[in-house]
Design a protein around this ligand. Structure first.
Ligand SMILES: Cc1ncc(COP(=O)(O)O)c(C=O)c1O
Length: 388
């Protein structure tokens, strides 16, 4: 169709076209092989290096031997294994809730939770930088939704005071995926109490990274029990695949009955579930991994700041290097790839116009010598492009 081609060529003209994939030819690790070259990877959400962990892989392979490769049906028909329930038990224990429910991805969890919970009687108050899957859930729900300025508690209070409805939901990322900053959950809890609103936290990037035993952003703020709905993924620090909701029993039973992305999709294969269970044990039993992740991230961030890059003050492993212009961001990423470093260029619509960036993410598995090499190349290329 002519109109589709026109849109694609406009994307190309504006440096927004998402073209060829970078195809990995090795496991997801701190160094990967792309086009036959070994590359340092600094864009992965494999924060704790568990995607290729020996014991995680062993657990997954044993599950394949025992149960085969597919679940064969949805959880509500023929696809529920004892492994799914074991994983849900583990998640509810970590989050300190009554129950948990596993979805196939974090995206599907957000979609399913919000669509099930909210309808036209609800007003949803949503941080402007929330993940796309939250927005899609809001749209699907048919609720009225308002976006408050990023982490701006005055704006959230103002919007609640003036626009609240019969039922109200405040939904926020715990850690913002493209900025690495953290939602002020302590303040959001206070505001929600004042307005009797339900709070939902998407902790895709906080789970396994922040808080006691990696329990997440709410634990980091000491407000775990005040969050009504914890959502998270098993695809980032946990290194596997899947999403979850953890909450009081009645919410979970409600999602099980009404979340369409849960009901109408084949369950996660037992091998992925077994991988998540083993990874969660490792996260709990090996706190040094988390410590190393946060130390690596802090040290790396300090070095970049000293070089003059504008880096926000955060404690997470997500480090945005804001470039602004789309073409320059792509060029930055291209030049680094030439130097055997892969840091993805992030452009609108994923981030606001004028804030294109390199999204660096550090992992516990990165060796400091490799990070030093990256810092050196960022310095040289950043200077060449006039960024520092
Ligand atoms: C904040 C946030 N929520 C949800 C998701 C979706 O999770 P998943 O990749 O497991 O579908 C992501 C991942 O991109 C994310 O960054």
């Amino acid at each position: 169709m002519e109109y589709i081609n026109e849109i694609l060529s406009n994307l190309k003209k504006n440096n927004k076209y998402r073209g060829e994939f970078k195809k990995l030819q090795s496991p997801q690790k701190e160094k990967v092989v792309i086009d036959g070259r070994e590359i340092i990877l600094l864009g992965s959400n494999n924060y704790l290096g568990l995607c290729d962990h020996k014991e995680v892989k062993k657990a997954s392979m044993e599950a394949i031997e025992k149960y085969g490769v597919g679940a064969g049906g949805s959880r509500l028909t023929t696809g529920s294994y004892t492994l799914h329930s074991m994983l849900e038990e583990k998640i509810k224990d970590i989050k300190g809730t009554q129950k948990a429910l596993v979805f196939n991805t974090g995206y599907m969890a957000n979609l399913g939770i919000i669509q099930a919970l909210c309808n036209k009687d609800w007003v949803i108050f949503c941080d402007k930088y929330n993940h796309a899957s939250i927005l899609d859930g809001c749209l699907l729900s048919g609720a009225k939704f308002l976006r408050y300025r990023h982490c701006d508690m005055d704006d959230l209070s103002y919007k609640l005071e003036n626009f609240k409805g019969k039922c109200n939901l405040i939904v926020t990322d715990g850690v913002f995926s493209m900025d690495g900053d953290i939602a002020p959950l302590d303040k959001i809890v206070e505001i929600s109490k004042k307005h009797n609103a339900v709070i939902m936290v998407d902790d895709a990037h906080g789970f396994g990274v922040l808080g006691k035993d990696g329990a997440g952003t709410a634990s980091y703020f000491g407000v775990n029990s005040e969050i009504h709905i914890h959502m998270g993924t098993l695809s980032k620090a946990v290194g596997s695949i899947g999403g979850y909701a953890a909450s009081e029993e009645y919410f979970i039973e409600y999602f099980k009955n009404f979340s369409r992305s849960f009901i109408f999709s084949t369950a996660l294969p037992p091998s992925s579930v077994a991988a998540s269970i083993k990874a969660l044990d490792i996260i709990k039993n090996e706190p040094l991994r988390r410590q190393r992740l946060l130390e690596n991230s802090h040290r790396f961030k300090m070095e970049l700041k000293n070089l003059g890059f504008k880096i926000p003050d955060t404690v997470t492993p997500i480090i945005p290097v804001i470039v602004g212009d789309e073409e320059k961001t792509l060029e930055f990423s291209r030049q680094l790839l030439y130097d055997r470093i892969y840091i993805p260029a992030i452009r609108p619509p994923t981030v606001p116009k004028g804030s294109s960036r390199l999204r660096i993410s550090i992992t516990a598995a990165h060796a400091w010598e490799d990070l030093e090499y990256v810092i050196e190349r960022l310095k040289t290329t950043g200077r060449k492009l006039g960024l520092i």
